[in-house]
Design a protein around this ligand. Structure first.
Ligand code: FES
Ligand SMILES: [Fe+2]
Length: 336
């Protein structure tokens, strides 16, 4: 069960061209494309005529044409033309979903379109600032989206999983402060006089120990932004990890991934090495997420046992449950 009245990252804008792409979001097959005028469109990926996926079709101008018998739909999902006949049955239409490009992602609204307010897209302003160099990537991860969120909300895993990359070995000496603000879950850990992970030492030219601050923000449905600040007496650097996580199915997740830095150069070799390093870090997480899902899939009946480091992830899960109950209550009222 997924929250529907939320914005989910659905694509990178560069993926949206006149060539339709099919993607499953929250269990629903969606087709997305960009029309000749530049409008981005998301529709149900199923022709109402005879089941052909519209993602196999062709975008021509402002319409998409089904590959099978050539029926055409406009960006609102209304049928624009049926070959060989003049009349269009009322039911010959597909559902359209609000789709908005912002901050380097295309965001889809899976619920009631009347409630789709683009101001509720998470405010990731740093993507518009010249102070930050960002790059984007996508991972398809065979694990439930809440397991993927847990990974980012409990960074106490970094000295273990990321020992060879960004982990700080003595992180456990410093408490994690966690609080909520409306539907947001926030956390902060301040660490002083700690050994930086190998990548961090290289990025900041840190020769010895450093101070560091980690700030994390979670917003529903599952958008996580982590700010990592590192400094010694001569230098400081900040890295931002922006991860909108989008459920594909109950056991698979689209991980959208952007790393933004206020350090380093734009030289091709620097960028290439930095992107390679970021991949190594994410790969370390993805391997474990897949293993966790395999344990969930074998139907292990034992409950999990919470520890102090779980505070933020448990708060996020509670918020999702509350919002799900609210969505259900609204839906019940609408059908009463
Ligand atoms: S199945 Fe789409 S036009 Fe026939
Ligand atoms: Fe990690």
């Amino acid at each position: 069960m997924f929250l529907m009245n939320q914005w989910y990252a659905a694509a990178l804008p560069r993926e949206l061209t006149e060539k339709p792409i099919g993607r499953t979001i929250c269990g629903q097959a969606i087709v997305m494309y960009r029309t000749a005028s530049g409008q981005v469109v998301a529709l149900d990926d199923r022709c109402p005529h005879r089941y052909a996926p519209l993602s196999a079709g062709t975008c021509r101008g402002e319409i998409i044409q089904c590959a099978y018998h050539g029926i055409e739909f406009d960006p609102s999902g209304a049928c624009a033309r049926i070959p060989h006949q003049a009349t269009i049955p009322q039911k010959m239409r597909v559902r359209a979903y609000p789709l908005v490009e912002r901050w380097g992602f295309a965001w889809i609204w899976m619920g009631d379109a009347a409630l789709a307010d683009p101001t509720r897209i998470p405010p990731y302003e740093w993507f518009d600032s010249p102070d930050w160099k960002s790059f984007y990537r996508y991972y398809h991860v065979p694990a439930n989206y809440e397991l993927c969120a847990d990974n980012l909300l409990d960074l106490s895993h970094t000295p273990y999983i990321h020992a060879a990359t960004i982990g700080t070995p003595d992180m456990d000496k410093f408490p994690l402060e966690t609080w909520t603000d409306g539907d947001r879950v926030l956390s902060r850990r301040v660490m002083t006089d700690v050994i930086p992970g190998p990548f961090v030492a290289q990025w900041g030219n840190f020769a010895g120990k450093i101070d560091r601050v980690t700030n994390c923000e979670w917003r529903p449905a599952c958008n996580i932004a982590v700010e990592l600040f590192y400094e010694d007496k001569t230098n400081n650097i900040t890295l931002r990890l922006t991860n909108p996580l989008t459920p594909e199915t109950e056991r698979t997740t689209h991980i959208w991934f952007a790393w933004s830095r206020n350090f380093g150069s734009n030289d091709e070799s620097y960028v290439e090495r930095f992107e390679q390093q970021s991949s190594s870090v994410q790969d370390e997480d993805n391997r474990l997420l897949e293993l966790q899902q395999a344990v969930v899939d074998r139907g292990d009946p034992l409950p999990t046992v919470a520890i102090a480091a779980d505070t933020a992830l448990l708060a996020a899960r509670r918020t999702v449950q509350r919002l799900l109950r609210e969505e259900e209550a609204t839906a019940r009222k609408a059908t009463a």
